[in-house]
Design a protein around this ligand. Structure first.
Ligand code: DGJ
Length: 753
């Protein structure tokens, strides 16, 4: 049983395979948080709380006269509220009819059921009844009609606990939500560090680790999307925790809009973490009877380091967030024409790229931006989702059929949320673009954004895109969004409700995505936000992969994909091999290195293969074969970070089959030195007692049967899993700049006959 309830003492203990979470309704009906960490028993952890005089913090009225140790400002709470004695960051802030901001949340009951709750109109973890339990705890403000239901989804096997909050106004007077976070987590003690991921367009998901200090630390987005700048994923870990050791907590926000993740270390060294919709652009009016659902947060705890946090998220995203046929199905190796042509192409040119790619084993051709309306650069045409037949030299259907006749699948790029001022759609519906009436809106990449909070706009886009896709043999759609949102205003909302715009936009986007993905279940949708501007677990509910970054440079991708690996599996990371010198950095890297990097993702190409030498074409063919051979291992295996791109000379990662039968290790030299210090890798995920053969870069063993491998032994020699784990092996030295090695290990009979 995942959830144990002590009715008499009102203690709720949630167990997953390796963690325990506990809360308790105390004598004052405050729902206390009592424990989250390594798996333990059901005993009441609040007995171990330290309490002392908190008269200067303030005490609730009934307690102030009798027990000054009891203060909302120091209690560990499940869901804190602003304005009634808790001066820390809080999860809920309301405005009552009289203008006051007080809310006191008191325990009012619970409900437990099999299966996982779902959230209307929003993405959330899903699970079979046998895989999850839902606990709902009800809190209510005794002075108003405010009712707050805290939802917990417990996925025992996966070590994941989800949280979301349903807020209802049961009274008759309006209540305005000013802040409604999805979760609050309090720790009584501990020295913590927090890991977050920051960036910019083309350079997303940089890793940063800081000490939690007194005061407030926060990352978030007020950009309408989850953003290039901060990712809605963070880890809080005990000081010094590393990949294999230490207590670590991970938090992933299942949402594609504005968010805030904030942490505060308070006056008595207690730490609080809150995650939810960013309150800066938010307010939501609840009339009597109205309900508001917050988005969901996924949490996990690992007692054995950061690596396990990541593997837990990889599993839950692969199995309980991604949906549809493409969740399991092998995804095609694709070629995208963006970096090959940008806007400068014709139908003939595209067919030529597709044909050449097909010869090397590519399976899907993707036509990127520039095929519609009057789109010759990025300042025009967005919104006119009608093919430019003059440019293509034929109808879209004919083009798609020419490509499919070559034995290639056909995919198409769209940016349905964008609208150019120079477009027929804008000329017809200028009011559909987001802008504050009477003010000039901000342009971004030359474009405006459609007001997706409006139902008529959503309906139009669903209809137009459905008609477009319905008429052609298409199996892939890249859904791009190339700007952040400002000038937030919707003509469909009253002045008093403009604070609802950003969240309503995201709800509108989710409705459009739900309907289109349901209508076209055979299409593989790939998300994109000018690269990684919308790289979040919310989008993955609709699209099982997201283009990781507009930077395709293999060395820059090391840090982007390293950052992503903390919260997201390889199977969702859009990665392509592009040409050299790289278009974003001018750097020249070996084709093998670019291939190795792209294989740590969905894998594809973004260049004109026709312009390559025969040798390069052969290498591409070999890369595709190698990727397909190891497809299951790469996409479904357990991921281990061995060394980081921010240190040393070589970034190493490993993907191990959960059975321990095979492992693929990738090593990329991000820095080349003379007389280098050896890079030693201690292999994880192998079976100690089994024997393994090592293969270098696919063909080394076959090409040089008698030659010593750079690891020391000869092809065919076998070494034990224990030795590889305890002693490890040394990655071969780099023989050229930015060299990559792929080392495959396979179990074989041992000891050798
Ligand atoms: C941004 C994307 O990330 C690129 O891959 C490309 O699709 C361009 N948009 C097209 O405008």
């Amino acid at each position: 049983m995942a959830v144990i309830i002590d009715e008499q003492r009102r203690i709720f203990t949630l167990h997953t395979q390796n963690s325990t979470y506990q809360m308790k309704a105390d004598a004052q009906n405050v729902l206390l948080h009592t424990y989250y960490g390594e798996k333990t028993d059901n005993s009441d952890k609040s007995l171990l709380y330290y309490q002392t005089d908190r008269g200067f913090s303030g005490n609730p009225y009934e307690m102030g006269r009798i027990d000054r140790t009891y203060s909302m400002d120091s209690l560990l709470q499940e869901y804190s509220s602003f304005g009634t004695g808790d001066y820390r960051i809080t999860s809920l802030k309301v405005e009552n009819k009289d203008g006051s901001q007080a809310a006191e949340l008191r325990y009012a009951g619970y409900r437990l059921h099999q299966g996982k709750y779902f959230i209307p109109g929003m993405p959330a973890v899903y699970a079979e009844n046998g895989e999850a339990q839902t606990l709902m705890i009800r809190l209510a403000d005794p002075y108003s009609g405010l009712k707050v239901e805290l939802y917990y989804g417990i996925l025992e096997e996966t070590d994941i606990i989800t949280r979301a909050v349903k807020i209802t106004n049961q009274g008759t007077e309006d209540i305005v939500l000013k802040k409604a976070a999805s979760m609050n987590l309090d720790w009584e003690y501990g020295e913590f560090e927090w890991i977050s991921f920051y960036g910019r367009h083309g350079m997303e998901l940089n890793f940063q680790r800081e000490r939690i200090h007194h005061g407030i630390q926060a990352v978030g987005s007020v950009r309408g999307t989850s953003s290039h700048q901060y990712n809605p994923f963070a880890i809080l870990c005990e000081k010094g925790a590393d990949e294999k050791m230490g207590s670590c907590y991970g938090f992933s926000f299942v949402y594609s809009g504005e968010f805030l993740m904030e942490a505060e270390k308070d006056q008595i060294d207690r730490t609080r973490l809150i995650c939810g919709i960013h309150p800066d652009n938010f307010s939501w009016t609840l009339h009597g009877g109205d309900t508001f659902w917050t988005p969901e947060v996924m949490m996990t705890h690992s007692g054995s380091g950061l690596g396990k946090v990541s593997r837990n998220f990889h599993k839950v995203i692969r199995e309980h967030i991604c949906r549809g046929g493409w969740k399991e199905k092998q995804r095609p190796v694709l070629i995208n024409n963006w970096e090959a042509t940008y806007f400068d192409f014709t139908g003939e040119k595209l067919v030529a790229i597709a044909k050449e790619a097909k010869k090397q084993g590519v399976e899907l051709f993707v036509m990127d931006d520039g095929w519609y309306g009057k789109r010759e650069d990025d300042s025009t045409g967005l919104g006119d989702w009608f093919p430019n037949e003059k440019k293509l030299g034929c109808t879209l259907k004919e083009l798609a059929e020419r490509i499919t006749a070559e034995g290639m699948q056909f995919g198409i790029w769209l940016e349905p949320e964008g609208i150019s001022e120079d477009s027929d759609l804008y000329r017809c519906h200028p009011d559909w673009a987001v802008a504050v009436p009477g003010r000039k809106p901000c342009l971004s990449r030359g474009e405006l954004i459609l007001d997706f909070s409006r139902e008529d706009v959503q309906d139009y886009i669903i209809k137009r895109i459905a008609e477009l896709l319905g008429g052609i043999p298409v199996t892939y759609v890249k859904w791009d969004c190339n700007r952040a949102i400002c000038d937030k205003f919707s003509r469909m909302l009253d002045g008093s409700r403009q604070g609802e715009f950003s969240h309503r936009y995201v709800l509108g986007l989710y409705r459009v995505l739900e309907e289109l993905t349901e209508k076209f279940p055979e299409i593989l949708f790939e998300g994109c936000g000018g690269g990684g501007g919308r790289f979040d677990a919310g989008l993955l509910y609709y699209m099982p992969q997201i283009w990781g970054s507009d930077t395709t440079d293999a060395i820059e991708r090391l840090s982007i994909q390293y950052g992503a690996s903390f919260g997201y599996p390889v199977s969702v990371m859009g990665t392509h091999v592009s040409t050299v010198p790289n278009h974003q950095t001018g750097r020249v890297t070996p084709l093998a290195t670019r291939g190795c990097m792209a294989m740590a993702g969905t894998f594809g190409y973004e260049l004109d293969i026709g312009k390559l030498t025969q040798e390069e074409k052969t290498e591409i063919r070999e890369q595709i074969n190698l990727f397909k051979k190891h497809y299951n291992l790469i996409q479904h295996g357990d991921y281990y970070r061995i060394s980081s791109p921010y240190e040393g000379t070589c970034t190493v990662w490993e993907i191990a089959d959960p059975s321990g039968r095979e492992v693929l290790i990738s090593a990329v030299y991000h820095h080349v030195q003379a007389n280098p210090v050896p890079v030693r890798v201690k292999v994880q995920g192998l079976k100690d007692e089994a024997g393994y053969q090592l293969f270098l870069n696919e063909d080394f063993n076959e090409k040089y049967p008698g030659k010593r491998l750079p690891f020391g032994f000869r092809p065919g020699e076998v070494i034990s899993g224990a030795a590889l784990r305890q002693f490890g092996f040394v990655v071969p030295e780099a023989v050229n700049g930015f060299q990559a090695w792929q080392i495959y290990m396979k179990e074989c009979p041992y000891p050798c006959e």
